[in-house]
Design a protein around this ligand. Structure first.
Ligand code: ADP
Ligand code: ASP
Ligand code: MG
Length: 439
């Protein structure tokens, strides 16, 4: 009979320094009898630091190497505090960094997204090497697994789409025997591979998704994400006061709130888990004994108001140039371009001669979209907007959120209100607590 497996994911904040990694080791001591796949992110803010390396290399301004040296130094300092000087992990980590040195030796690749993925994934690779070495060091036998040997994607760099059949096959062939060996398996979040063995990534914050992919492919008993918050809260505690923990969430509620910007779980995480009814726990690494949040089936769907904020929104007002109606064939044309550009549409509304659409303003996608349609349509773009999504709203919560803002677009459904608003400094919201969020 196959062994039961649980999947744990530790994000950057739980691995931010040597103390934090020791703490993760302590948490894992409590699970030493279990078969765990442990998915780790890059340590602390490493991915942001590596993005700076990529940008500098693309600019060729001579700063890339220095920025990379800083990243290396941080990792070696952490290793010095966790491992003996002669540990094999030093050579393994060095090998990973050498590959980036090679990329920096070359001229920047013409495909920026490809170059990005070849550099950015080292954060997870070195982090997994260090965590793996440390766990063995503290008598928690662990094997190291290269996630790229399991997760296969298409070749859309920076946002690879998982090829599920191949990934399931590879999980059975590569990961399953490691689980059957017993002990822990440490692997990387965020990174995957194309059929040609180029590294791809699953999108920023994608390590949660990696954990869900492993959970799905290995029929995990459960998945747990360890966070710096007690569980899923009614809103981002960095932006709002008086938030409360939600003890139980349905998959549906979780997917709705994360899709529209609740940053606590990557939105793609829910589907694979729901499809196999695998429970997801969001727990605090600060208080590991705390109950956290359970996400799964069999949840009574009554909730307090829940607020998600998505920043960096653009609202496009698209109208016909000749006063004709925005008809179905226009919509079909516009959406084919939206799909090609992989623009995420968050809200939309149409009138007789205009179509308003709110999308994530990422890279230059909005400008490319406008350029492609401008011959046929007049386009007015408003940027730096926020999308507020309120589930299970009460009137007073909406009024609090609206105060001092210009609402550019509002949509109401039975359980959800969405507002695209002009920015007012976020901190001002601290004086507008979500009174009703107390339940
Ligand atoms: P990790 O390092 O594990 O990837 P992140 O920092 O990406 O963790 O995500 C955790 C953060 O998500 C929390 O510190 C919290 O500020 C934020 N967050 C946003 N929305 C919510 C919410 N609804 N519930 C809990 N945390 C939230
Ligand atoms: N390290 C990656 C990021 O910061 C992936 C993740 O942490 O989930 O986006
Ligand atoms: Mg994160």
């Amino acid at each position: 009979m196959k062994k039961n497996v649980k999947v744990f994911k530790f994000g950057g904040s739980s691995l931010k320094d040597a103390e934090a990694i020791k703490h993760v080791g302590n948490i894992l001591q409590g699970f030493s009898k279990e078969n765990l796949i442990i998915v780790v992110s890059a340590m602390g803010k490493t991915t942001n630091a590596l993005e700076k390396v990529v940008e500098a290399h693309a600019r060729q301004d001579g700063t890339a190497r220095g920025l990379l040296e800083d990243v290396k130094a941080t990792h070696y300092r952490i290793m010095d505090a966790l491992l003996p000087k002669d540990h094999d992990a030093y050579a393994l980590v060095n090998d990973v960094f050498v590959e980036v040195d090679w990329v920096l030796d070359e001229a920047p690749h013409e495909n920026y997204d490809y170059m990005y993925d070849q550099i950015i994934g080292v954060g997870e690779l070195v982090s997994s090497r260090i965590v793996h070495a440390y766990l063995n060091q503290v008598n928690l036998p662990a094997q190291w697994l290269d996630a790229r040997d399991v997760i296969l994607t298409d070749d859309i760099f920076r946002e690879g789409w998982v090829q599920w059949d191949e990934t399931e096959e590879r999980a059975a062939k590569v990961a399953r025997p490691m689980i059957e060996n017993g002990g822990f398996v440490v692997t990387q979040g965020f990174i995957a591979s194309t059929t040609e063995n180029f590294t791809t990534t699953l999108g920023r914050e994608g390590s949660d998704y990696t954990a869900a992919i492993f959970s799905y492919c290995l029929d995990a008993e459960s998945m747990t994400i360890w966070k710096d918050v007690p569980g899923v809260l009614t809103a981002d505690p960095r932006l709002f006061e008086n938030v409360v923990k939600i003890d139980r969430l349905s998959y549906r509620e979780a997917i709705e709130m994360t899709y529209f910007g609740a940053k606590v779980i990557h939105p793609k995480t829910i589907k694979p888990l729901q499809n196999k009814s695998i429970p997801l726990f969001v727990k605090s690494f600060i208080d590991p004994a705390g109950e956290g949040t359970y996400i799964g089936n069999d949840v009574d769907d009554t909730y307090p108001p829940i607020v998600a904020v998505e920043k960096d929104q653009a609202l496009l007002q698209i109208s016909t140039r000749d006063f004709s109606f925005v008809a179905e064939h226009h919509m079909s044309y516009l959406f084919s371009i939206i799909a090609d550009l992989r623009l995420q549409v968050n809200a939309m509304q149409n009138s007789a001669i205009s179509f308003n659409v709110c999308v994530n303003d990422i890279d230059d996608k909005v400008d490319r979209f406008a350029a492609l349609i401008q011959e046929q349509f007049k386009v007015v773009i408003d940027r730096n907007l926020e999308l507020l999504t309120v589930r299970h709203f009460h009137q007073d919560v909406l009024e609090n959120l609206r105060r001092g803002k210009i609402v550019m677009l509002e949509e109401r459904m039975s359980r959800t209100v969405q507002m695209v608003v002009k920015d007012v400094p976020l901190m001002n919201r601290r004086s507008q607590p979500l009174e009703r969020a107390k339940g």
